[in-house]
Design a protein around this ligand. Structure first.
Ligand SMILES: [Zn+2]
Length: 329
Protein backbone atom coordinates (compact mmCIF):
# COMPACT_ATOMS: atom_id res chain seq x y z
CA UNK A 1 0.00 0.00 0.00
CA UNK A 2 0.99 3.57 -0.56
CA UNK A 3 1.78 5.20 2.73
CA UNK A 4 0.40 8.59 3.47
CA UNK A 5 2.96 9.81 5.89
CA UNK A 6 1.34 13.18 6.37
CA UNK A 7 -1.92 11.47 7.28
CA UNK A 8 -0.24 9.10 9.70
CA UNK A 9 1.61 11.88 11.47
CA UNK A 10 -1.63 13.86 11.69
CA UNK A 11 -3.40 10.88 13.27
CA UNK A 12 -0.47 10.29 15.65
CA UNK A 13 -0.38 13.88 16.86
CA UNK A 14 -4.17 13.91 17.25
CA UNK A 15 -3.96 10.69 19.25
CA UNK A 16 -1.23 12.12 21.49
CA UNK A 17 -3.10 15.39 22.06
CA UNK A 18 -6.34 13.64 23.02
CA UNK A 19 -4.98 10.61 24.84
CA UNK A 20 -6.40 8.20 22.25
CA UNK A 21 -5.09 5.11 20.54
CA UNK A 22 -4.11 5.43 16.90
CA UNK A 23 -7.28 3.61 15.79
CA UNK A 24 -9.51 5.77 17.98
CA UNK A 25 -7.89 8.92 16.64
CA UNK A 26 -8.30 7.70 13.08
CA UNK A 27 -11.98 6.97 13.63
CA UNK A 28 -12.52 10.31 15.37
CA UNK A 29 -10.97 12.18 12.47
CA UNK A 30 -13.27 10.37 10.07
CA UNK A 31 -16.38 10.89 12.18
CA UNK A 32 -15.74 14.50 13.16
CA UNK A 33 -17.55 16.64 10.70
CA UNK A 34 -17.51 20.31 9.98
CA UNK A 35 -19.86 22.51 8.02
CA UNK A 36 -18.11 23.86 4.99
CA UNK A 37 -19.75 26.97 3.64
CA UNK A 38 -19.18 28.02 0.06
CA UNK A 39 -20.65 30.99 -1.71
CA UNK A 40 -20.42 31.87 -5.35
CA UNK A 41 -20.48 35.63 -6.07
CA UNK A 42 -24.02 36.99 -5.75
CA UNK A 43 -25.43 33.62 -4.73
CA UNK A 44 -26.80 32.46 -1.39
CA UNK A 45 -24.30 30.24 0.48
CA UNK A 46 -24.49 26.49 0.26
CA UNK A 47 -23.31 24.25 3.06
CA UNK A 48 -21.63 20.91 2.89
CA UNK A 49 -20.98 18.50 5.73
CA UNK A 50 -17.44 17.22 5.40
CA UNK A 51 -15.12 15.22 7.63
CA UNK A 52 -12.14 16.76 9.40
CA UNK A 53 -10.01 14.58 7.15
CA UNK A 54 -11.56 16.07 4.06
CA UNK A 55 -11.39 19.61 5.40
CA UNK A 56 -7.65 19.08 5.71
CA UNK A 57 -7.51 17.80 2.16
CA UNK A 58 -9.46 20.78 0.84
CA UNK A 59 -7.09 23.10 2.64
CA UNK A 60 -4.21 21.52 0.78
CA UNK A 61 -2.92 18.84 3.11
CA UNK A 62 -1.43 15.88 1.29
CA UNK A 63 -1.63 17.49 -2.13
CA UNK A 64 1.28 16.96 -4.46
CA UNK A 65 2.25 18.00 -7.93
CA UNK A 66 -0.04 21.02 -7.99
CA UNK A 67 0.72 24.68 -8.35
CA UNK A 68 -0.71 27.06 -5.72
CA UNK A 69 -3.45 28.13 -8.15
CA UNK A 70 -4.48 24.51 -8.65
CA UNK A 71 -4.97 24.19 -4.92
CA UNK A 72 -7.31 27.18 -5.11
CA UNK A 73 -9.20 25.59 -7.93
CA UNK A 74 -9.70 22.42 -5.94
CA UNK A 75 -11.43 24.49 -3.31
CA UNK A 76 -13.42 26.33 -5.91
CA UNK A 77 -14.63 23.04 -7.35
CA UNK A 78 -17.11 23.07 -4.50
CA UNK A 79 -18.22 26.58 -5.34
CA UNK A 80 -18.69 25.71 -8.96
CA UNK A 81 -20.83 22.68 -8.28
CA UNK A 82 -24.46 23.45 -9.06
CA UNK A 83 -26.29 23.39 -5.71
CA UNK A 84 -28.93 21.02 -7.01
CA UNK A 85 -27.73 17.45 -7.24
CA UNK A 86 -28.85 13.87 -7.38
CA UNK A 87 -28.05 12.05 -4.17
CA UNK A 88 -25.32 9.50 -4.83
CA UNK A 89 -26.96 7.10 -2.39
CA UNK A 90 -30.74 7.25 -2.82
CA UNK A 91 -30.85 8.86 -6.26
CA UNK A 92 -33.44 11.44 -5.15
CA UNK A 93 -32.87 15.14 -5.85
CA UNK A 94 -31.13 17.28 -3.25
CA UNK A 95 -30.40 20.98 -2.90
CA UNK A 96 -27.35 22.11 -0.97
CA UNK A 97 -29.17 25.35 -0.04
CA UNK A 98 -31.74 23.50 2.03
CA UNK A 99 -30.62 19.91 2.55
CA UNK A 100 -27.76 18.92 4.80
CA UNK A 101 -25.40 17.59 2.14
CA UNK A 102 -22.37 15.42 2.49
CA UNK A 103 -19.44 15.16 0.14
CA UNK A 104 -17.67 11.96 -0.76
CA UNK A 105 -14.47 12.09 -2.72
CA UNK A 106 -12.18 9.51 -4.24
CA UNK A 107 -8.67 10.87 -4.53
CA UNK A 108 -5.98 9.42 -6.75
CA UNK A 109 -3.24 8.97 -4.18
CA UNK A 110 0.18 10.48 -4.70
CA UNK A 111 3.00 8.22 -5.76
CA UNK A 112 6.13 10.22 -6.60
CA UNK A 113 6.88 8.35 -9.83
CA UNK A 114 3.72 6.55 -10.84
CA UNK A 115 1.07 9.13 -9.98
CA UNK A 116 2.90 12.39 -9.30
CA UNK A 117 -0.20 14.58 -9.18
CA UNK A 118 -2.93 14.23 -6.58
CA UNK A 119 -6.27 14.57 -8.30
CA UNK A 120 -9.92 14.13 -7.53
CA UNK A 121 -11.07 11.05 -9.35
CA UNK A 122 -14.66 11.20 -8.21
CA UNK A 123 -16.68 13.68 -6.22
CA UNK A 124 -20.24 12.83 -5.27
CA UNK A 125 -22.88 14.48 -3.12
CA UNK A 126 -25.36 12.81 -0.86
CA UNK A 127 -28.10 13.76 1.58
CA UNK A 128 -26.45 13.79 4.99
CA UNK A 129 -29.23 11.46 6.15
CA UNK A 130 -28.24 8.96 3.43
CA UNK A 131 -24.47 8.79 3.78
CA UNK A 132 -21.74 10.20 6.02
CA UNK A 133 -18.92 12.17 4.38
CA UNK A 134 -15.98 10.14 3.24
CA UNK A 135 -12.58 10.61 1.74
CA UNK A 136 -11.07 7.62 0.00
CA UNK A 137 -7.49 7.44 -1.23
CA UNK A 138 -7.17 5.25 -4.25
CA UNK A 139 -3.91 3.95 -5.58
CA UNK A 140 -3.68 4.49 -9.31
CA UNK A 141 -0.58 3.16 -10.95
CA UNK A 142 0.47 4.24 -14.40
CA UNK A 143 3.30 1.93 -15.39
CA UNK A 144 4.13 0.49 -18.80
CA UNK A 145 7.03 -1.48 -20.18
CA UNK A 146 9.14 -0.50 -23.16
CA UNK A 147 10.09 2.94 -24.41
CA UNK A 148 8.78 5.92 -22.46
CA UNK A 149 7.58 9.04 -24.22
CA UNK A 150 8.98 12.42 -23.12
CA UNK A 151 8.79 15.84 -24.77
CA UNK A 152 11.71 18.17 -25.41
CA UNK A 153 11.30 21.80 -26.46
CA UNK A 154 13.23 23.35 -29.33
CA UNK A 155 16.15 25.68 -28.53
CA UNK A 156 15.41 28.57 -30.91
CA UNK A 157 12.01 27.00 -31.63
CA UNK A 158 10.62 27.27 -28.13
CA UNK A 159 7.08 26.79 -29.33
CA UNK A 160 7.86 23.39 -30.82
CA UNK A 161 8.03 20.22 -28.79
CA UNK A 162 9.37 16.95 -30.10
CA UNK A 163 8.28 13.60 -28.78
CA UNK A 164 11.20 11.37 -27.88
CA UNK A 165 11.18 7.81 -26.64
CA UNK A 166 13.55 6.92 -23.85
CA UNK A 167 14.54 3.29 -23.40
CA UNK A 168 16.07 2.17 -20.11
CA UNK A 169 18.47 -0.76 -20.10
CA UNK A 170 20.11 -2.15 -16.97
CA UNK A 171 23.48 -3.63 -17.96
CA UNK A 172 26.48 -5.03 -16.23
CA UNK A 173 29.75 -3.78 -17.70
CA UNK A 174 33.43 -4.04 -16.94
CA UNK A 175 34.48 -0.79 -15.31
CA UNK A 176 35.38 1.58 -18.10
CA UNK A 177 36.66 4.52 -16.18
CA UNK A 178 39.68 2.97 -14.57
CA UNK A 179 41.82 0.67 -16.64
CA UNK A 180 43.30 -0.82 -13.49
CA UNK A 181 39.91 -2.03 -12.35
CA UNK A 182 38.19 -4.78 -14.25
CA UNK A 183 35.35 -5.37 -11.85
CA UNK A 184 31.76 -5.55 -13.00
CA UNK A 185 29.73 -2.40 -12.61
CA UNK A 186 25.95 -1.99 -12.86
CA UNK A 187 25.04 0.61 -15.48
CA UNK A 188 21.76 2.13 -16.59
CA UNK A 189 21.84 2.91 -20.29
CA UNK A 190 19.24 5.49 -21.36
CA UNK A 191 18.82 5.86 -25.09
CA UNK A 192 16.68 8.43 -26.85
CA UNK A 193 14.86 8.05 -30.11
CA UNK A 194 13.25 11.05 -31.78
CA UNK A 195 9.70 10.13 -32.73
CA UNK A 196 8.65 13.29 -34.56
CA UNK A 197 11.34 15.74 -35.63
CA UNK A 198 8.95 18.41 -37.03
CA UNK A 199 11.12 18.59 -40.12
CA UNK A 200 14.14 19.79 -38.11
CA UNK A 201 15.97 16.47 -38.25
CA UNK A 202 16.86 13.93 -35.61
CA UNK A 203 20.26 15.52 -34.97
CA UNK A 204 18.61 18.82 -34.01
CA UNK A 205 16.53 17.17 -31.31
CA UNK A 206 19.35 14.99 -30.01
CA UNK A 207 21.36 18.21 -29.63
CA UNK A 208 18.48 19.74 -27.65
CA UNK A 209 18.49 16.76 -25.31
CA UNK A 210 22.26 16.98 -24.96
CA UNK A 211 22.40 20.71 -24.26
CA UNK A 212 19.13 21.21 -22.38
CA UNK A 213 19.16 18.02 -20.35
CA UNK A 214 22.22 15.83 -20.29
CA UNK A 215 25.17 18.24 -20.06
CA UNK A 216 23.54 20.85 -17.77
CA UNK A 217 22.67 17.94 -15.50
CA UNK A 218 26.31 16.94 -15.16
CA UNK A 219 26.76 14.26 -17.82
CA UNK A 220 30.28 14.36 -19.24
CA UNK A 221 32.45 12.74 -21.89
CA UNK A 222 34.75 9.85 -21.33
CA UNK A 223 37.23 9.53 -19.63
CA UNK A 224 35.71 11.71 -16.94
CA UNK A 225 32.30 10.95 -15.55
CA UNK A 226 30.00 13.62 -14.22
CA UNK A 227 27.72 13.69 -11.23
CA UNK A 228 24.02 14.19 -11.92
CA UNK A 229 22.99 15.59 -8.55
CA UNK A 230 19.52 16.59 -9.74
CA UNK A 231 18.84 13.11 -10.96
CA UNK A 232 17.90 10.14 -8.93
CA UNK A 233 17.25 6.60 -9.99
CA UNK A 234 14.67 4.54 -8.17
CA UNK A 235 14.77 0.80 -8.56
CA UNK A 236 11.91 -1.33 -7.27
CA UNK A 237 11.71 -5.07 -7.30
CA UNK A 238 8.50 -6.90 -8.18
CA UNK A 239 5.87 -7.24 -5.51
CA UNK A 240 5.84 -3.82 -3.93
CA UNK A 241 2.42 -2.13 -4.08
CA UNK A 242 1.11 -5.21 -5.88
CA UNK A 243 3.09 -4.41 -9.03
CA UNK A 244 4.07 -7.68 -10.68
CA UNK A 245 7.13 -6.43 -12.54
CA UNK A 246 10.30 -4.76 -11.34
CA UNK A 247 10.57 -1.17 -12.45
CA UNK A 248 12.97 1.75 -12.69
CA UNK A 249 12.10 5.43 -12.43
CA UNK A 250 14.24 8.43 -13.28
CA UNK A 251 13.63 11.63 -11.37
CA UNK A 252 14.86 14.94 -12.56
CA UNK A 253 14.98 17.85 -10.12
CA UNK A 254 12.18 18.96 -7.82
CA UNK A 255 9.10 21.13 -8.14
CA UNK A 256 8.30 24.31 -6.17
CA UNK A 257 7.11 22.21 -3.23
CA UNK A 258 10.22 20.03 -3.17
CA UNK A 259 8.54 16.96 -4.67
CA UNK A 260 10.65 15.02 -7.17
CA UNK A 261 9.86 15.57 -10.83
CA UNK A 262 9.54 12.27 -12.62
CA UNK A 263 11.20 12.02 -16.01
CA UNK A 264 9.97 8.52 -16.75
CA UNK A 265 9.31 5.14 -15.20
CA UNK A 266 9.29 1.78 -16.91
CA UNK A 267 8.47 -1.78 -15.98
CA UNK A 268 11.26 -3.99 -17.20
CA UNK A 269 13.12 -7.22 -16.70
CA UNK A 270 15.97 -6.50 -14.35
CA UNK A 271 18.71 -9.13 -14.35
CA UNK A 272 19.27 -10.53 -10.88
CA UNK A 273 23.08 -9.94 -11.06
CA UNK A 274 22.39 -6.26 -11.77
CA UNK A 275 20.14 -5.97 -8.72
CA UNK A 276 22.73 -7.81 -6.67
CA UNK A 277 25.44 -5.35 -7.67
CA UNK A 278 23.20 -2.43 -6.67
CA UNK A 279 23.02 -3.46 -3.04
CA UNK A 280 25.07 -1.21 -0.83
CA UNK A 281 25.59 1.39 -3.56
CA UNK A 282 24.55 5.00 -3.14
CA UNK A 283 25.09 5.88 -6.77
CA UNK A 284 24.52 4.33 -10.14
CA UNK A 285 26.47 4.97 -13.33
CA UNK A 286 24.08 6.27 -16.00
CA UNK A 287 25.00 6.47 -19.68
CA UNK A 288 22.81 8.57 -21.96
CA UNK A 289 22.77 9.08 -25.70
CA UNK A 290 23.13 9.00 -28.56
CA UNK A 291 25.19 12.19 -28.57
CA UNK A 292 25.83 13.58 -32.03
CA UNK A 293 29.45 13.54 -33.12
CA UNK A 294 30.50 15.68 -36.11
CA UNK A 295 26.85 16.28 -36.92
CA UNK A 296 25.91 12.63 -37.00
CA UNK A 297 24.12 10.38 -34.58
CA UNK A 298 24.81 6.71 -34.19
CA UNK A 299 21.79 4.51 -33.87
CA UNK A 300 21.74 2.28 -30.82
CA UNK A 301 20.36 -1.18 -31.60
CA UNK A 302 18.63 -3.00 -28.75
CA UNK A 303 21.13 -5.86 -28.68
CA UNK A 304 24.22 -3.68 -28.27
CA UNK A 305 26.96 -5.51 -26.39
CA UNK A 306 28.80 -3.97 -23.42
CA UNK A 307 31.93 -3.85 -25.60
CA UNK A 308 30.10 -1.80 -28.26
CA UNK A 309 28.71 0.48 -25.56
CA UNK A 310 32.23 0.99 -24.23
CA UNK A 311 33.35 1.92 -27.76
CA UNK A 312 30.47 4.40 -28.14
CA UNK A 313 31.41 6.00 -24.83
CA UNK A 314 35.02 6.42 -25.94
CA UNK A 315 33.86 7.76 -29.32
CA UNK A 316 31.70 10.40 -27.61
CA UNK A 317 28.34 8.96 -28.65
CA UNK A 318 27.38 8.48 -25.01
CA UNK A 319 27.94 10.67 -21.97
CA UNK A 320 28.13 9.45 -18.40
CA UNK A 321 27.33 10.52 -14.88
CA UNK A 322 26.82 8.99 -11.48
CA UNK A 323 23.30 9.56 -10.25
CA UNK A 324 22.04 9.15 -6.68
CA UNK A 325 20.34 5.81 -6.26
CA UNK A 326 17.16 5.35 -4.30
CA UNK A 327 17.92 2.01 -2.81
CA UNK A 328 16.34 -1.26 -3.58
CA UNK A 329 15.04 -2.94 -0.49
ZN1 LIG B 1 -30.24 10.54 -0.48
Amino acid sequence: MVEYDYLKSRVRSYAAAHGLTYQQAQQRLRDDTTIYKVRATGQPPVEYVISTEMAAFLSGEGLHGMGPSDRESLNSQLIQLPPVYECGTCGEPGDAHDDATTIRAVIAAYEPDLNPVTWVQDLSRHHARCAPPRLVWKQLIALTSGAQRVCVTGGTHRDIEAACDLTLRPLVMATMFDDQLRSAEPVLLVTAEVVDDHGLGTVYWLNQLEHQWWRPDGFADHPSRGYAANWSIRVEEAGRDGIASPWIAIRYGTDHAGDPLPLCAAALDIPAPWLGLLRGRKELLVLVGPITVAGEAESIPPDLTPRQIGAMLKHGSLVAADAPLIKVA
